[in-house]
Design a protein. Sequence first.
Lengths: 156, 156
Amino acid sequence: MFRLNKLTDYGIVLMTSIAQHPELQNARDLSAASQLPLPTVSKLLKALSHVGLLVSHRGSKGGYSLSRRPNQISVAEIIDALEGPIGFTECSVAAGSCDLEPSCVVRRNSKVISLALLGALENLTLGDLMQPMELAGLKPRSNIVSSINLISGGVQ
Amino acid sequence: MFRLNKLTDYGIVLMTSIAQHPELQNARDLSAASQLPLPTVSKLLKALSHVGLLVSHRGSKGGYSLSRRPNQISVAEIIDALEGPIGFTECSVAAGSCDLEPSCVVRRNSKVISLALLGALENLTLGDLMQPMELAGLKPRSNIVSSINLISGGVQ
DNA sequence: TAGATACCGTACCAATTTAGTTCTGTATAT
DNA sequence: ATATACAGAACTAAATTGGTACGGTATCTA
C-alpha cells in the first residue's frame, strides 16, 4: 500500500506528543500516554535520537526531548529516520536500482513526482501537526481538494 | 519505505506504454517493449482490466487498450487498482483499524494529509506522464520545490 | 469447424519486510 | 551504592511482495 508503515506513524505520534509537553518525558510515560507498548516506543525513541531529532538524557530522571523547536522539525525528517528516503518509486530514490531505467518511459517524471512529494513533506512540520490543519486550494478536476503543483507539457 | 511497490510502478509504466501506442497490444508485445517478464506483465494487465482501466480483447489478434483517453485516467486510479487505497496512514484509509484512534493526537491531521496526497494523484493523469513534466511553484522554507497545499493554524 | 492465439482466474511459493520482543551494557541522579 | 533509564544488538513471527504455474474460455483465421 502507498502509505506509511505503522511504526513510522507511531513515531510521528510520539514526536507530536513530545512536542506538546515541553518537560522531559521518559519512554514509559510516552508509552502510557500513547497507549503503545513500551518496547516499541523505546525502539522508536532510540531511532529518533540516533538521527538527532531527539535528545536523550540517561539515568534517573532521564528521558527525551526535541532537539529543535517543533516548527523546525519536518515530517520528512521523521519519515526518513524511521523508514528511509521518501520517494514515489524506487528508481527516483536509488538510481541504478532498476534494469529498465535506460528505456523506461516514466523514469524522469517519477523523479519529478518524488521531488514534489518530498518538498511537501519537508514543508510540513511538527508545529503544523500540533494543531488542526485544513486543506487549502481547490482542486480543478474533482471535488477533493488539491495538491501537488505539477505542470506538464499539457497533453490534450 | 514510503513509496510505490515495484509492481505498481511497473503497472504505471505499462499503462503509459499502452497510452503511447494507440493500436491494440498483447501481453507479449508489452513484455518485450517494457523488458518486464511476461507472467508479471500478464498479471498486471489482468488487474488493470479487472477494474476497468483497460479493455481486453480475447482470441487471436487480441490484446489490451485503454478504456478512456489518457488525460481521463488518473495515476490515483492505477495505484488504487494495484495496491489498494491511497493514504498517508492506515487510520486515514480504514477508520477503526487502530486501537489508539480515540486518543490519537494526529489522527485528524493525518486524514488531511491523506486527502491532499490523494487529490494530487487524482489530478495527475496518464496524459501528464506521456511527456516531460516540470515542478511548478516555489517552496518557501527550503530550496526544494513545493508541494502540497496545506494550511495549519500556524504555530510560531 | 478445427486450431491457434491470447486473455481469465486462481492458486501457489520464495524472499523480503515489518512489527514486536528480549537481553546485556552503560550513563546519571539521589 | 543503587535504582533509574537509555544504548545497542540480536532475534522471531507474521504479513506483504514479487514472481510463477496452470487449467479454462473466448475469438479470430483458415
